[in-house]
Design a protein around this ligand. Sequence first.
Ligand SMILES: NC(=O)c1ccc[n+]([C@@H]2O[C@H](COP(=O)([O-])OP(=O)(O)OC[C@H]3O[C@@H](n4cnc5c(N)ncnc54)[C@H](OP(=O)(O)O)[C@@H]3O)[C@@H](O)[C@H]2O)c1
Length: 261
Amino acid sequence: MKYALVTGASGGIGKEFAIKLAAEGWAIILVGRNEARLEAVRASLSGANASASVAIPCDLSQPGAAGRLYRACAERGLAVDLLVNNAGSGVFGDSLSQSPEAVEAMVNLNVSALTNLCALFGRDMKARGSGRVLNVGSFAGLNATPYFASYAATKSYVLDYTLALRAELAGSGVVVTCLLPGYVRTDFDDNAGIESDAYKKFSRSNSLSAEQVADIGLAALERGKAWTIAGARNKLAAFLFGLLPRTAPPAIMKLFLDRLV
Ligand SMILES: NC(=O)c1ccc[n+]([C@@H]2O[C@H](COP(=O)([O-])OP(=O)(O)OC[C@H]3O[C@@H](n4cnc5c(N)ncnc54)[C@H](OP(=O)(O)O)[C@@H]3O)[C@@H](O)[C@H]2O)c1
């Protein structure tokens, strides 16, 4: 039986990954902080091997969390054939006023945990000569983003790290893919501390559903793509921003966001 480990499987995009992968026949290792929500998702899974799925509560923003999660899987005898590094958090607002604790937790989760989970599970995949990793970055990681400055920088890291790791693993049987969603209808904005109704209205009206984004990520994974931007509008925006000098997109976004926040 093949196991897929999905971080952030208690809600949002991660829950959709878990549901879809279970339907494809994977047994799922569901990871997140909220045990009750993880168990509720686990109980709702259907598929040939869904009943072998397990929930492992883990706060991945804590130092050493990736190692503890890896050992928890090893102790249960669970070999991970697909790692979906989906869990992530954002901290929105004026960069100089953000809570240092919240920023540290975000960097630990978005950068350190993702990196160490790739290394720990990736090593085993390489030894077996097969495996898949899907890292969830963000459209925001393509350009410096005012008011999401540190969040966007963590997602820029996710893309660069993924592409470098993918190159290192070329020919090993392990394929690494990065998914870059734009706005998605989940609890992300609220969890990031966004209060502006105008911003939320804009993001909602330009968003994809979590289900659509999970489908796009899994299709990219299936095709062994290096990376994919979710949604035609986001692809076009990325192309147009890419034509500009690197200082232009943050300046344009600042002007735009100042009208929303
Ligand atoms: N929504 C968007 O607009 C958007 C856009 C671009 C990229 N993304 C990326 O997509 C991914 C999923 O986001 P989402 O929209 O589904 O957000 P979400 O609705 O806020 O869900 C986040 C998930 O991550 C888990 N999580 C948060 N902190 C955690 C921690 N410290 N340890 C372990 N798990 C943790 C949460 O579960 P618990 O609360 O149970 O821990 C939850 O399952 C993230 O990497 C995000 O950066 C989202």
